[in-house]
Design a protein around this ligand. Structure first.
Ligand code: F0G
Length: 458
């Protein structure tokens, strides 16, 4: 008999979780202005808000914390981290930052100027925010396939080469670089194929541009290349990572995802001029170049985390769990961005809450309903997160309206996954009775979803 699948780790430390009553949740929702970012963690039973910084570190990572070197300059932990990053990515220069958006801030301060256009695949909201805050424009060149949630294609995160070439032709000198997000978070944790990365590289070379990878989930992307793309089944994750990064010039990293740490980020590049440019901003914004907003002990844990998470078994354990959630939703007929992605399931709210008009934010409404049902905190990746158009100030209703169920790394068991699926089924079963959503009573100009205040329309 073939042995069944099991996790590639065992549990050494546990943390109690707390259930709540429906009455308590109603009260807490109201106090949170129907924005789940405003809930206290103690008011949440299963927390799927994000997979960012919410993972469990391994015993080896905790052990590394004890040997972290807290020197202000020249920290041994920095050099350990730099050498690990060099080995995995091939990039010579490394600038640590306190998280991914800080890496964007430092790099873009050097490279992005007012009136620029930055083409890529579904820029993450902080990436878009850092571009738009500089009065520049993010040009989304994601393949159209990503829009059709029911289409089952292996690399829905890809850049459309025709759209990219059009942008490169149209904006010429106004393009400082191309950015490719691996995996493509906003499109549903969908991977980008090696073939597509090669096509992007070829266009970049043709138009004399450099390529930046937003690499928050690069290891998950490598897993999908290994398991879905022809010719990669026998390559190791580390070999695939190296091949991916060979097609880029620079990377920004949120280490809170595939670095398996709770806080941290970095920029890495093969170009000395980019490094020199970043240095000017890294020091005032983040800190000296051998810590950049990170403790020595955190850099030590990150070095171990990057190594652990570029091993197949670790990634298989994780992505298998996301796939299990997808499989259960299939059984219940609940539509999500297919196929299941790397870090999350993205429920297609427009197909679930068909009675709620888009002006009343269906995905946010479904997020509220899931919390109301079982204290499960998901995250809207939809019309609220899309912010307003910087020129017209209209809501951007053009894209998908998702509820993201992000799975923290090494935190929940498959039993929790079953609870999540059952709770969503209960909401799904009463979807016809949900006719109204929410309206905004207060919002920030950029990245509004974190702090937006809402109220039920009825
Ligand atoms: N790029 C991508 C693709 C991301 O998903 C994130 C963060 C960032 C950059 C910014 O990194 O949080 O370390 O500053 N995504 C989190 C999420 C917040 O929930 O998807 P950060």
């Amino acid at each position: 008999m073939e042995l069944p699948y099991a996790e590639s780790w065992k549990i050494k430390m546990v943390e109690p979780v707390r259930k709540s009553t429906a009455e308590e949740r109603e009260e807490w929702l109201k106090a949170a202005h129907y924005n789940v970012f405003q809930l206290k963690a103690s008011e949440v039973y299963i927390d799927l808000l994000t997979d960012s910084g919410t993972g469990a570190m391994s015993d080896r990572q905790w052990a590394a914390m004890m040997t972290g070197d807290e020197s202000y300059a020249g920290s041994t932990s920095f050099y350990e981290l730099r050498d690990t990053i060099r080995r995995i990515t091939g990039f010579e220069y490394v600038v640590p930052t306190h998280q991914g958006r800080a890496a964007e801030n430092v790099l873009f301060s050097h490279l992005v100027h007012a009136g620029d256009y930055v083409p890529g695949n579904s820029h993450f909201d902080t990436t878009k925010g850092h571009i738009e805050a500089r009065k520049a424009f993010a040009v989304d060149c994601t393949v159209d396939d990503a829009r059709n949630t029911q289409l089952e294609v292996p690399f829905k995160g890809n850049v459309d080469p025709a759209k990219l070439e059009k942008a490169l032709k149209e904006y010429g000198d106004k393009v400082p670089f191309i950015i490719v997000t691996i995996t493509n978070n906003t499109a549903g944790g969908q991977p980008v194929s090696m073939q597509n990365l090669r096509e992007v590289r070829a266009l970049a070379d043709k138009y004399g541009k450099r390529v930046v990878f937003d690499s928050a989930r690069f290891a998950e992307n490598a897993y999908f290349i290994k398991t879905r793309e022809e010719g990669y089944a026998d390559k190791t994750i580390k070999e695939i990572c190296r091949e991916m990064f060979d097609l880029a010039d620079t990377m920004t990293m949120s280490s809170k995802k595939d670095g398996l740490v709770n806080m941290g980020g970095f920029i890495a590049t093969r170009w000395e001029d980019v490094y020199e440019g970043c240095k000017k901003f890294a020091i005032p914004y983040e800190g000296y170049l051998t810590y950049g907003g990170m403790n020595g002990r955190d850099m030590a844990a990150l070095a171990v985390g990057l190594d652990e998470n570029t091993e197949f078994d670790m990634l298989h354990t994780r992505i298998h769990q996301v796939a299990l959630l997808g499989k259960l939703l299939d059984e219940y007929g609940i539509p999500y961005q297919r196929p299941a992605g790397g870090h999350a399931i993205f429920v297609d709210a427009l197909k679930v809450l068909t009675n709620v008009p888009k002006e009343e934010f269906p995905a946010q409404t479904l997020t509220v309903e899931l919390y109301r049902e079982a204290g499960i905190r998901a995250c809207e990746i939809g019309y609220i997160l899309a912010d307003r158009d910087p020129v017209t100030r209209e809501n951007r209703f053009g894209g998908n309206d998702f509820v993201r169920l992000a799975i923290p790394r090494r935190v929940y068991t498959d039993n929790h996954i079953r609870v999540i699926a059952a709770a969503l089924k209960n909401v799904y079963d009463r979807r016809e009775s949900i006719n109204h959503g929410v309206r905004i009573t207060w919002e920030a100009e950029l990245m509004r979803h974190f702090t937006v205040k809402l109220e039920p329309v009825k």
